[in-house]
Design a binder for this molecule. Structure first.
Ligand code: FAD
Length: 611
């Protein structure tokens, strides 16, 4: 039986309050109640995740979704859970009160989203898409679209989707071919989209598709793409449901994981020559708008990775405390010594610590980034807003790419702790391992996040933001010099090396760009990882400094802070120390990436012809 999910509430509280500055966020206009209600929100979310979503996770994976004549049925229990989720108001958590939401900061979305994903990723993909669609329509829709769609998406009566991908247009959305032909007050949309999450299902009355398509004569590439809202059921003038639109689910995919939700092939206009859609915002600005949705979604997928990693770690920890195997190293000489649980073995401890430390670093970085988003949206000072906006733009690909790649490694490590039982479906860890795999693919692969980080975030602003963050990290590192705690000093040493590595790697990439663009992008994924471990290490160093003070003051929770300090030390020695080889890889390794020609890859398969 899979281990039941228990949310890491104490660590979430620590990060929210002591690292991400919930009290500061609560000073922003409109968020005055955030700090007072935060604990209650976390506790209620934890109960919902454990009691409603978690019990459906393994059965949903086993049963999967079914397609019949264009209709899709979700696994047993999902429909009722979705109703409960919507009724409890979880979809509207960050949405302004005027649309029926709760108006809480994005900072609060991080932990709740982490819990939903950990408890049941297949299910939680759905409501997550509602939040992304709401945000996009709120920022780019006209008054009528906002009025008709947003409240229904908030209440959960309707659900949202993102329709970007086509068979020939995956990472490269410039290749989108779906057409939009003007027809009176609307457009006729025709084409096929693939891999659409919750494109069709039985959870809600209507499905609101946000679709990328091209107008006649639109420029080539991403500059010629517009966004349309295409509902499954058309709306009458008063916003109530009308006729069925010409958008159909042709099939659903058979997948490695997240079997609880349907991944749909959607045909637009196959019966009437065009599904009815309405333009969102201005023509040809669809990619810009979709980026609003994608950036929120990318952040959200990073948090999904953290949730799944945390759940896998939790299962591994419980197993390690139960499974008896081998003797304690100190008793090796004695044949009569009793066997011990595997958590006694240093290598199992190392695996558990590596999971715990990386999860805490990723969580801290993700929530700190979310706090920046709230500040960027609401701070009265324009300069402060701009600085935080630049920080989020730099960190979004890092939170997405680093957290998901690391989460995949963590789920693999968790499975390793289970030994052979990890390979058996019953324990549930195999499902975690399968489910987490998608997180580094959808919403842009890690390669695409790294392309964004190097191209748009580093090179385009000539390294200005990256160097500003390097400066902030240096300033903080200097404050650790006065510490007398050996752990804090050791952490500082690795942190300073990490900061130098980021600076050197950024410079090397910048230097290559004018003469050898391939070399400057060749190590973009290692560069993204370097940013992840150093910015994550920054948060762990901040946590260590807080812990040092709390321990010195004999805080009632000294044990929590001692564990935090030990975890931060582990992170510094085992993870942050990798900055040195990443630096070498980026600074010295880019030229060897493209050296072997395309044909030469085949040489090791060719039989040698005798002379
Ligand atoms: C389960 C699931 C759910 C999904 N949900 C949705 C959804 O709701 N809506 C939607 O629109 N899409 C959805 N997708 C599509 C998803 O976003 C794409 O699969 C993803 O963006 C990758 O595109 P691709 O599969 O075409 O891979 P490709 O673009 O073919 O990429 C293949 C490989 O090449 C690399 N690569 C490609 N281009 C570059 C480049 N320029 N530089 C460096 N490396 C590159 C990639 O990193 C990757 O490793 C979903 C996919 C899946 C599997």
């Amino acid at each position: 039986m899979p281990q039941p999910y228990r949310a890491p509430l104490r660590d979430m509280q620590f990060v929210l309050r002591e690292l991400a500055g919930l009290d500061e966020v609560a000073k922003l206009p409109g968020f005055e109640e955030a700090s007072d209600v935060a604990d209650a929100v976390l506790e209620e979310a934890a109960v919902f995740a454990s009691e409603v979503l978690d019990p459906l996770n393994a059965p949903g994976d086993r049963e999967g979704c079914t397609w019949r004549n264009g209709e899709v049925t979700t696994p047993k229990g999902f429909k009722e859970a979705y109703k409960q989720f919507a009724r409890a108001g979880w979809i509207g958590l960050p949405v302004p009160g005027e649309y029926g939401g709760q108006g809480l900061p994005q900072l609060m979305v991080g932990p709740t989203h982490e819990m939903w994903s950990a408890a049941n990723l297949g299910f939680s993909n759905g409501p997550g898409l509602n939040q992304n669609a709401i945000e996009t329509l709120e920022l780019t829709g006209n008054d009528e679209q906002k009025h008709h769609y947003i409240p229904k998406l908030v209440s959960g009566e309707w659900t949202g989707t993102m329709n970007l991908t086509e068979p020939q247009a995956g990472s490269d959305l410039a290749a989108v071919r779906t057409k939009a032909i003007p027809d009176g007050d609307h457009y006729k949309i025709s084409g096929q989209k693939i891999f659409i999450t919750f494109g069709e299902h039985d959870l809600s009355q209507n499905i609101v598709h946000l679709v990328l398509a091209r107008l006649p004569g639109a420029p080539e590439g991403t500059k010629g793409i517009s966004m349309f809202v295409v509902p499954k059921f058309l709306l009458k003038a008063d916003g109530s449901l009308g006729e069925r639109n010409d958008v159909w689910c042709a099939s659903i995919e058979h997948k490695l994981g997240i079997n609880g939700n349907p991944t749909c092939t959607m045909n637009f206009g196959e019966k009437t020559g065009g599904a009815i859609g309405h333009l969102v915002g201005q023509p040809h600005r669809g990619m810009e708008y979709m980026f609003i949705m994608m950036n929120a979604a990318r952040y959200g997928v990073g948090v999904q990775g953290i949730g799944l990693a945390d759940r896998a770690y939790q299962s591994a920890l419980a197993f390690a405390k139960e499974r008896v195997q081998g003797r304690d190293l100190k008793d090796m000489a004695s044949r009569s010594a009793p066997p011990v649980t595997i958590i006694h073995h240093p290598d199992v401890r190392r695996m558990l610590m590596s999971m715990k430390a990386q999860i805490e670093a990723m969580r801290a970085l993700a929530y700190v980034t979310a706090a920046s988003l709230d500040i960027a949206n609401r701070h009265p000072d324009e300069k402060v807003r701009a600085e935080h906006k630049a920080f989020i733009e730099l960190m979004t690909p890092v939170v997405k790419g680093w957290s998901t790649d690391t989460a995949i490694e963590i789920c693999s490590t968790a499975l390793q702790v289970f030994g052979g039982m990890g390979f058996i479906e019953e324990t549930g860890i195999a499902q975690q391992y399968r489910d987490v795999r998608i997180t580094s693919i959808y919403e842009g692969t890690t390669g695409i996040q790294a392309l964004d980080l190097v191209g748009r975030k580093l090179l385009r602003d000539m390294g200005k933001t990256a160097m500003r963050v390097v400066g902030d990290m240096k300033t903080f590192a200097a404050t650790l010099e006065s510490s007398t705690d050996p752990d804090v000093l050791a952490i500082r040493e690795q942190f300073v090396n990490g900061i130098d590595a980021v600076a050197a790697a950024s410079l090397a990439i910048g230097k290559n760009a004018p003469t050898d663009i391939a070399a400057s992008f060749a190590c973009s994924v290692p560069y993204l990882k370097l940013w992840g471990i150093v910015a994550g290490g920054w948060q762990m160093a901040r946590a260590a400094a807080i812990a040092e003070k709390k321990i010195a003051a004999n805080d009632v929770e000294s044990e929590f802070y001692k564990t935090k300090l030990a975890t931060a030390r582990f992170f510094a020695d085992h993870v942050l120390s990798q900055a040195a080889w990443l630096r070498h890889e980026i600074v010295n390794g880019s030229s060897s990436v493209m050296r072997v020609s395309e044909d030469a890859f085949e040489l090791d398969r060719k039989v040698m012809t005798p002379a």
